[in-house]
Write a protein that binds this ligand. Structure first.
Ligand SMILES: Nc1ncnc2c1ncn2[C@@H]1O[C@H](COP(=O)(O)OP(=O)(O)O)[C@@H](O)[C@H]1O
Ligand SMILES: [Mg+2]
Length: 244
């Protein structure tokens, strides 16, 4: 049945041997949302992303992108429904230049002219805000860590997605770089891009200050406004309990 959600997961389960990585996960993302997913290491955040974009298959449950049942679709077909993904570990091609990395995604599949135009505008916005040059011949292996992460976000946007999943975009970044990343993601979101971002860093989540989903041991532990989630003592326990 069609619905209005940009993305919906219904009772999604996934286990690896004895590890339950996704446990009856329900997730509803409205078009135009900027949702943060947080939770301690091993909570199942990256697994959920790979299930949503089809890199891994669910054991049970259903996944919809803009009302289309994509549960049994391969990743490239889900991309045609407007989803884009960045990975926790950087996937830019080290030996390729910045320029050629940005040419890898190819938005030549059939999308409407209007979507195409918005996608192009968002992509150009990202390049400008991240200080990336489409004609830069520098190999990705020679650019700073944070620029590489910005390059990866830009590569995803080069496919003109409607919805992006971004896994730990600020890992290893300085405070200033983190702040810049959250500012740019907010601007992209204001331009209509739906964003789901997994982030460990509460400073980043506070910057973004939108609805938060807390995952714990593969379950949706709680969901709500940033203030509600921060005020939740059990959320504090989860975090403190896993602090190094
Ligand atoms: N491919 C895999 N094979 C076996 N176990 C996995 C695999 N991917 C993830 N896991 C396990 O699933 C759980 C959730 O992992 P993950 O989704 O990476 O968590 P997070 O991103 O929240 O840190 C962990 O216990 C992890 O060890
Ligand atoms: Mg992860």
């Amino acid at each position: 049945m069609a619905n209005q959600f940009a993305l919906e997961a219904r009772k999604v389960n996934k286990h690896f041997g004895g590890v339950v990585a996704a446990n009856n996960v329900d997730l509803k993302i409205e078009p135009g949302e900027l949702r943060c997913i947080i939770g301690p290491n091993g909570a199942g955040k990256s697994t959920l992303f790979s299930l949503l974009c089809g890199i891994q298959r669910v054991d049970s449950g259903e996944i919809f992108i803009q009302g289309h049942d994509v549960t049994h679709m391969q990743p490239f077909k889900r991309v045609r429904h407007g989803i884009g993904l960045t990975f926790q570990t950087n996937r830019a091609y080290q030996e390729l230049s910045v320029k050629h990395n940005l040419l890898v995604p190819n938005p030549s599949f059939a999308i409407s002219k209007e979507t195409h135009q918005q996608g192009r505008e968002r992509y150009m916005l990202a390049l400008e805000e991240f200080g990336l040059d489409q004609n830069d011949d520098t190999p990705a292996s020679e650019i700073p860590h944070h620029t590489l992460q910005w390059l990866e976000i830009s590569m995803v946007l080069a496919g003109f997605p409607e919805l992006v999943l971004i896994d730990e975009p600020t890992a290893g970044m300085s405070r200033d770089e983190t702040d810049h990343t959250s500012m740019v993601l907010k601007k992209l979101n204001q331009s209509g891009l739906t964003i789901i971002v997994v982030e460990h860093d509460m400073h980043f989540v506070k910057n973004v200050a939108q609805k938060v989903t807390v995952l714990h041991q593969g379950r949706v532990f709680t969901e709500g406004s940033l203030d509600e989630v921060i005020a939740n003592d059990e959320v504090k326990n989860i975090y403190l309990g896993h602090a190094h």
